[in-house]
Design a protein around this ligand. Sequence first.
Ligand code: PEP
Ligand code: MN
Length: 687
Amino acid sequence: MLRAVDASQPDISDLRQNLDEVDTGIVGLIAQRMNIITEIGRRKQNATSAIQDTDREQRVLAGVEDVATDLGVSASLVRRIFRELISESVAQQASRLNGPATGELRIAFQGSAHSFSDAAARKHLAGRAAEGEPVGYRTLAEVVAALLAGEVDLAVLPIENTAAGSINEVYSLLREHELFIVGEETWKVDYCLAAVRDVPLSSLSRILSPPEGLEQCARFLQTLPQAIPTSSFDTAGPMAAVAAAGDPSVAAIGSAEAAEAQGLTVLRHGITDSEDNYTRFVVLASAPAPVDPRVASKTSVILSTRHEEGALLRCLEILSGSGHSMTKLESRPRPGRPWEYLFFLDFEGNVAAPETAAALDELRLAAQFLKILGSYPAKVLRPAARPGRLPDAPAAEGPAETLEAVVAGPTPPPRRSGGHLLVDRASRAADTVVQVGDLLIGGNGFTVMAGPCSVESAEQVTATAKFVRDHGGHVLRGGVFKPRTSPYAFQGLGWQGLDLLVAAGRETGLPVITEVMAVEQAQRIAKDADILQIGARNMQNFDLLREVGKLDRPVLLKRGLSSTIEEWLAAAEYIVAQGNQQVILCERGIRTFERATRNTLDLSAVAVVRERSHLPIIVDPSHGTGLRRYVAPMAWAARAAGAHGLLIEVHPNPDEALSDADQSLSFEQFGALMSQLSAVPGPHRPN
Ligand code: PEP
Ligand code: MN
C-alpha cells in the first residue's frame, strides 16, 4: 500500500539539497577560519610569543562546547571537531615558523595505499603544506632502508597504539640506525568490515585482516564464530585480496577508504573494540631538524642508566627538576645484556631552548648512554585539565609564554656551560664505573684484560682465554683488525678473527675487547664484542670517536703516541658528548727521545687523569715498554700508582707471535705476574 504524500512537507531530495548547502557553508566557514589563522600566523612571525597557547585553546573549546550545549548538539562531538581544527591551525603556524613550504617531499610508509600509515603520511604532508605522493614499502625495515639510502626524505612509522601499546620493531629500528624524529602524527583507527557485495554477516566463512586489526577488533570477531580470521600484512592489502578473489563469503578488515578504493561494500562500520583508538606515528629523517622554540615541542631520547642505585630516578629528576614533563617512558631490553634495559623517554621540551639543552647536558652525565632522537612539534600533548568554572564567570586572560631566539641554519656544536668538559672531574665528582655484564671497571676495582696481540687461530685464542681466566684475568683481549706500521706485516684475521675471539670468550665466560679501526666496522663489532678498543693511532680519528660515541658499548680509548693528556681527554669528550659515557682510558706509552724501550710509559698520567677526570684509567705495560721483561715491574707500578687495571699481551708461544712478539708474555710469566700483583697494594683500595 502506498503512503499518502504530504505536499506541505519538503521531500527527501529537497532535504538533501538543504543538507548540501549547509555542508558547503561549513566548509566555507572552515576556510574563513583558516584565513584568519593565517593572518594571525603572519603577525606572530615577527613576535617572540609561543604559538601554542594552551590556555586560549581551552577557552576556545569551552566556548564552543557552551554554544553546543545551548543548541542541543553533542558537546563531545563539537569538542572533537574543534580539537582537529585547532591542531591543524597550530601545525600550519608551526610550519610557517619553520620556514617556507617545503615543496615536494618524498615520504615513505609501511603498507599499501589507503592504509592508516598512508593516511598519517598524507596528514603530515598537509600539515607542512608540502606536496608529495607517499610511497608504501612492504616492511618497516624496508622503509628505514629507503630513508637511509636517500630514496625518500621522510618516513612515517607507527610507534604506539592507544589500545595495543608500543610497536617493538620501531623501537628497535630507532636504536639500531642513525634515525631522527622530526615530527609526530596521530590517526584515529576506525576499522570497517567489507566484502564484494552486501551479504549477511552470518554467511562469511573467512575474514582477512592486518594483524593489528585482528587484535583491535577482537570483540567484534567473537560475534562471528563461523568466520575464520586470517592475518595479512597491512591495512589495505586484505581489501585488495578480497576484491581480487571475488568470493562473497570472504570479507576484509581495513579502512573505509581502502574498501572504497577496491570497490567493496562496507558491511559494518566502527568495528574497532575501543571507540577511542588512536595510533601515534613518528616522522623520521636521516638528520635532525631544528624546531622554532616558540612551537610547543617534544624531545625523544634513548638512555641506559649507570650501575648505581636509584640511577633511573636520578635521570627522571633531572627532567622534572628543570620543568620538563615526561610524556612517555618505555623500557626495552638492552641487546646482548640480559636483564638490562634501555629506556625510551619522551618529554615536553626543545633542544633549541637553553633550559632543555642544559637539562640534556646534565642527563648525559647521569646516564651511561644517551641518544637524542630529536625535537619535533608536539601533536599529542597530555590533555590539559579544565578548571571548573561557574557559567557566568569570565575566563581570565592567561599570560602568553614567551621564548627567545628563533633557530635557523645548521645546529651549532653543543657548548658546555661553565667551560669544563663532560669528562672533567668538575662535571662529576663520583668516579665513573663502567659495567660489562657483571664486571665493574673503575671505582675501587682492579681489572686485568689480557690475551694475544692478534687472534691467530681458534687453538691459540682459546688456550690463552682459558689460561687468562684460570689465573684471575677478567677480560679477553685480541686484535682482529691490526694497525701495523708496515702494510706487509700481518694485518689480522678480520671478521673471521672476531668470530674466534667471541667463541673463546663465550667458552670461558670472559667478556672480550677488540680494536675498531674504521667507522664502518664499529656497529658490526659492537654487536659481538663487549668493549670497543680505539687504538693509539686513531685517538684523534674524530669520525671514529663520534661513531663509537653513538653506540651503547663501553669504549677503551688508548692515548695517542704523541698526545698530551689534555688532547687525550678532549678525544674522550668526543665520545662522551655523543651520549656514550662508558669510556675507559688506557695509558700505553708515548713517543720520547728514549730508545731503551719501545715507548715511554707515562705513569704520571695515571695520577693526573685520576685527578682531572672521573673516567677510569688502565695501563698497558706491553705496548708501553715493548719488551716482556719490563712488563711485570711496570704492571706493579701501575697498580701502585692508582690505575684501575691493566691491558696485557699474552701468547701461548710468544716468540712465534704474528705481531708484537717481543712484548708478549708467556703463560708462565703471566701466571707469575698475576700472583705477584695481588701483593701490590693499590692506593686507597682495600683489595
Ligand atoms: C694493541 O693493543 O694491540 C695495539 C695496537 O695498541 P696501540 O694502539 O696502543 O698501539
Ligand atoms: Mn699489540
